[in-house]
Design a binder for this molecule. Structure first.
Ligand code: AMP
Length: 478
């Protein structure tokens, strides 16, 4: 998973981009980068590490100009090598171009092979570079970014929210199913497009709306233009963004993530009530879910575990051993809240099961007499090919274990996962507008031999002016 941002602002963009990336840090902790354009040249700074480690006053002061893009990376494709750190910069026919992407293409190998057969070289092992190549290939024939994005939407399979800086303009587009989030906001003297609305908030900006699936937004010093390039019969919003990935204070596709999680907690209580002494979240990802359970049950919300704020998400650790050690550093039990108590522990998801087992041990070792686990997602049974690091089926504890078996394996007094129906209701979206591939094994597009419930996609015709469809017409936001 990754986070992306693009800003055009007459007051300069280096610090706004930096603050926005800070707000999106949860989407990727492996590397961070910014590219800006000052009217003549691109300026870039990128490196491995957290945003706070990558940038300092010196590097930010070199990022000149009023247009720029930024990226935080959590690698799901491509190795962890410096060449893969985004944004990627290049020059084409005197145009200075930079690109950053969140998502995961499922046809990268085919596209890459096709370019390589034509003698094209690649400098990275990412799918993002393939997107850059399609754009440039199209710009070669027609100088229109609308054509280039149309070509992308016709050829790319998978998930992609993309920002492209071409000289002093930013183009942002979201795949026709809208799998990964992307939204638009107003900054003091310009506009921002970013993965989550928290980045708009970080700049004290004004949230405008989500970028629509299949839409392209152009931001320049003149303002904003929006054009619908493709229209799918249904969307494929990633349900895992709501369960775990996005920040609780973000609004994604019209839903405040915190509200979704509270509704999940409420449903967890209605589906599996317990006569317990306290409701405790597994911090931080289970907090909003636990609030909902507590409100619905009337049982007090009390934190039984406190998280060390200065450790990254455990799943960024390179191997199982590192992940296991990280749990101990990450969470400290509050003995007084746990001793002789019957505890409902609410977590967002169980992936491999390692975290739950360790947490239950921790809570029991500190005196809890019962530990009831309530989980804000149905069992995760299938991998994600669309941008979340969800391992192979074999690594997923729910793949070949029933709920009762998982309960025994993790040592819980009881275990309940929210039903898929209640989860979908909690998101506020229609079931056909969501990607639930990791929960159901059915994906919104064809991926290898996996089951799919594909969407029909219409594209705008080549003659935009005479296009009679409701989409394909440019609209300006003042
Ligand atoms: P585990 O069951 O040990 O893999 O850990 C699951 C916990 O890690 C969940 O409660 C989440 O907070 C977090 N998590 C969420 N997504 C992932 C993921 N893709 N891979 C690993 N851990 C994740």
């Amino acid at each position: 998973m990754c986070g992306i941002v693009g800003i055009v602002d007459a007051g300069g963009v280096s610090y706004p981009l930096y603050y926005a990336l800070y707000a999106l840090q949860h989407r990727g902790q492996e590397s961070a980068g910014i590219t800006t354009f000052d009217g003549k040249a691109l300026h870039k700074h990128k490196a491995q590490g957290l945003v706070a480690e990558v940038f300092d006053v010196d590097s930010l002061s070199g990022l000149l100009g009023n247009a720029g893009i930024g990226h935080v990376r959590y690698p799901t494709t491509g190795e962890k090598i410096p060449e893969n750190i985004q944004p990627f910069n290049f020059t084409f026919q005197k145009k200075k171009i930079s690109i950053a992407h969140n998502g995961n293409l499922t046809n990268t190998q085919d596209l890459r092979r096709e370019f390589e057969e034509r003698g094209q070289i690649f400098c990275t092992s990412t799918d993002t570079e393939v997107i850059g190549n399609i754009i440039v290939d199209e710009l070669r024939h027609s100088s229109s970014m609308q054509d280039a994005v149309l070509a992308c939407m016709k050829r790319l399979e998978g998930s992609y929210s993309v920002v492209v800086l071409i000289d002093d303009k930013i183009y942002a587009f979201r795949d026709p199913l809208g799998i990964r989030p992307l939204c638009l906001g107003k900054t003091p003297e310009g506009y921002i497009v970013c993965s989550e609305s928290v980045a708009v908030d970080a700049l004290n900006g004004e949230f405008i709306r989500d970028v629509k699936p299949g839409e392209m937004i152009t931001i320049s010093k003149e303002g904003i233009k929006c054009v619908q390039i493709a229209q799918a019969s249904c969307c494929g919003f990633c349900i895992f963004e709501y369960i775990y990935f996005a920040r609780a204070d973000s609004v994604i596709d019209g839903q405040l993530v915190y509200d979704v999680r509270r509704r999940i907690g409420k449903s967890l209580h209605l589906e599996a009530p317990v006569d317990a002494d306290i409701i405790s979240p597994v911090p931080d990802s289970g907090t909003a879910h636990a609030t909902g359970y507590s409100e619905s049950s009337g049982i007090p919300f009390r934190e039984g575990l406190i998280k060390n704020r200065y450790i990254g998400r455990t799943f960024i650790m390179p191997n199982q051993k590192a992940r296991e050690n990280a749990v101990r550093i990450k969470l400290n039990p509050v003995k007084k809240h746990l001793r002789d108590k019957s505890v409902v522990l609410v977590d967002d998801s169980i992936v491999r099961g390692t975290t739950s087992r360790r947490i239950i041990d921790l809570v029991e070792d500190n005196g809890a007499k019962e530990v009831h686990i309530r989980v804000g997602s149905p069992p995760i049974k299938a991998p994600c090919y669309l941008g979340v690091d969800m391992p192979t089926r074999e690594e997923l504890i729910a793949h070949n274990h029933s709920c009762d078996e998982v309960c025994k394996k993790i040592g819980a007094t009881s275990l309940h996962h929210i039903s898929i129906e209640a989860l979908i209701r909690a998101t506020g979206h229609a079931p056909e507008d969501l990607c639930t591939g990791c929960l159901t094994g059915v994906y919104p597009l064809k991926i290898g031999n996996e089951k799919a419930c594909t969407r029909h996609i219409d594209f705008i015709s080549g003659t935009y002016q005479s296009d009679l469809k409701t989409f394909g017409k440019e609209e300006t936001i003042k």
